[in-house]
Design a protein around this ligand. Structure first.
Ligand SMILES: Nc1nc2c(ncn2[C@@H]2O[C@H](COP(=O)(O)OP(=O)(O)OP(=O)(O)O)[C@@H](O)[C@H]2O)c(=O)[nH]1
Length: 194
């Protein structure tokens, strides 16, 4: 006879989810992760090579151990690290709302991911960071939303500085990943409204 206590514990065992943060240089990837994991905002800029963080997260009653890989900033000439394409459950693609160039860059990165994985859809959340810098804006909220509709993924705007939508970004990412693992193949890619 099965033990009801141990089966409950097994159902609630944390799920490990690996997430890569990718985007152009200086869009705020490291600042977002540090805000999420350590609840602080660092004003100084140190280019990242690569760093991994872990944080527990509870979403819809399920516990997760989230491993976040903060990758080096990309430009169109960067050599794409295939490890990031193959070893992840999901991708947070970050641009800065103050840089149209960084917005265009996330399309280049997505193409590289799809090329490496050989699929036409992977769990992605599009993030427009630095939303506190309203007077320097080069990308509208609608442009981010239109791209998300085209890619059938979720999008949000954040500020690592004011801690706006940072936790929500990672919850959205978990939702996208769960959508890709929980539902039948023919339903993948349909947008979730949280
Ligand atoms: N105003 C404002 N500044 C931000 C925000 N997020 C990051 N910054 C600043 O932008 C600069 C770059 O931030 P980083 O977090 O180092 O950017 P990154 O994308 O990790 O950069 P790379 O390591 O080169 O890829 C730093 O000076 C941050 O303080 C934000 O939401 N608002």
């Amino acid at each position: 006879m099965s033990n009801p206590i141990s089966s409950t514990t097994a159902a609630k065992a944390p799920k490990l989810r690996r997430i890569a943060l990718m985007g152009s240089r200086a869009v705020g990837k490291s600042s977002m992760v540090i805000q999420f994991v350590e609840n602080v905002f660092v004003d100084s800029y140190f280019p990242t090579i690569e760093r991994a963080f872990t944080k527990p997260l509870t979403f819809h009653g399920q516990e997760y151990e989230v491993e976040i890989i903060d990758t080096a900033g990309q430009d169109e000439f960067s050599i794409f690290n295939g490890k990031h394409a193959l070893d992840m459950h999901g991708y947070v693609l970050v641009y800065s709302v103050t840089s149209k160039l960084s917005f265009d860059m996330i399309s280049v990165i997505r193409d590289k991911i799809l090329n490496f994985t050989g699929t036409d859809w992977v769990p992605i959340v599009i993030v427009g960071n630095k939303a506190d810098l309203q007077n320097q804006r080069q990308v509208t909220k609608e442009e981010g939303e239109e791209l998300a509709a085209r890619w059938k993924c979720l999008a949000c705007e954040t500020s690592a500085k004011t801690n706006h939508n940072i936790g929500r970004t990672f919850e959205m990412m978990i939702a996208e990943i769960e959508k890709s693992t929980d539902i039948p193949e023919d339903k993948k890619g349909e947008c979730t409204i949280l």
